[in-house]
Design a protein around this ligand. Structure first.
Ligand SMILES: NC(=O)c1ccc[n+]([C@@H]2O[C@H](COP(=O)([O-])OP(=O)(O)OC[C@H]3O[C@@H](n4cnc5c(N)ncnc54)[C@H](O)[C@@H]3O)[C@@H](O)[C@H]2O)c1
Length: 272
């Protein structure tokens, strides 16, 4: 039920953070892993740790905003692995700007990355999974998939909202052919850009924690359990689920900051 021996996982964002934690978790459970990250050196470092478990790896610096590069990568995977059993669709980033200032170019860039890129990954993995009659996809959405955050997240929220609808549509179309598609929606998980924003605005961490009943920020390793569950046969009847990974934030519905409160925070800038 839990073993991933003989399975192949494709994980994007594998150089650090949630992607690295996912890649290591599925490898420890037995999977061979394709590691994708534009930070190739970082992905190589993760691959070395995985090879130490005796697993096979392939590292790619594929840009997950580029559907052609994604198609080429999956052809390379076909030549080296017998199947694709799990996709951790994780790499991505947003941009912060007030809605009235957001450039349409920046909006397109974020949508290309988080919506078109995530879809292209699902499509390439999904085609192969449908052919083999089984597979599981874990899309990463966000708290911002379902609630507004304020603080300049307009482009990111629009894109992440699309990611959960994409998940629901794909799960509806593909479930009877053996392919499951779920979406994990994290609240704030510590990563270098979050750390920089918290260093910039000393009040920010406190504002985050007010929305997290568990009273701590997430750590990348918090994704290990749910990644393993979704990759394994243990979750055979779970598809189309939007699964919060958020210390209770969604249940309390308190993640956002309305504009009138920001006006009182002197240090606010679109960066936080
Ligand atoms: N950390 C959080 O608080 C949080 C919360 C909700 C959702 N998310 C989402 O989870 C995902 C991972 O977050 P994280 O905290 O691990 O981020 P991170 O910044 O620590 O890691 C992201 C990794 O993805 C890679 N990457 C980014 N864009 C890429 C591209 N176009 N092509 C190839 N590689 C690319 C980066 O090089 C980096 O190694 C992101 O999509 C993020 O939006 C994060």
């Amino acid at each position: 039920m839990w073993s991933l021996h003989g399975k192949v996982a494709v994980v994007s964002g594998a150089a650090q953070g949630l992607g690295r934690a996912t890649a290591l978790a599925v490898a420890e459970a037995g999977a061979d892993v394709v590691l994708i990250d534009r930070n190739e050196e970082g992905a190589q470092a993760t691959a070395q740790r995985i090879e130490a478990f005796g697993r096979k790896t392939l590292v790619s610096n594929c840009n997950v905003s580029d559907p052609q590069a994604i198609e080429d990568l999956f052809r390379t995977i076909d030549g080296q692995f017998a199947s694709i059993d799990f996709l951790g669709n994780i790499a991505g980033d947003g941009c912060l700007a007030r809605p009235e200032d957001l450039s349409i170019d920046d909006l397109h860039r974020v949508l290309q990355n988080l919506v078109v890129g995530r879809f292209a990954m699902c499509q390439q993995a999904g085609r192969r999974m449908l052919k083999q009659g089984h597979g599981s996809i874990m899309n990463i959405g966000s708290l911002a998939s379902s609630t507004a955050l304020g603080r300049g997240h307009i482009a990111y929220s629009m894109a992440m909202g699309a990611v959960i609808q994409m998940t629901r549509e794909l799960s509806t179309e593909w479930a009877y052919r053996g392919v499951r598609v779920n979406c994990v929606t994290p609240a704030q998980v510590v990563n270098p850009s979050l750390q920089a924003r918290m260093a910039d605005d000393p009040l920010l961490e406190g504002r985050f924690l007010k929305g997290i009943p568990a009273n701590r920020l997430g750590q990348p390793d918090d994704i290990r359990g749910i990644a393993l569950l979704l990759a394994a046969d243990a979750s055979a009847w779970i598809t189309g689920a939007i699964i919060p990974l958020d210390g209770g934030n969604m249940a309390m519905n308190a993640g956002g900051t309305p504009g009138h409160q920001l006006e009182r925070v002197q240090s606010f800038s679109p960066k936080s």
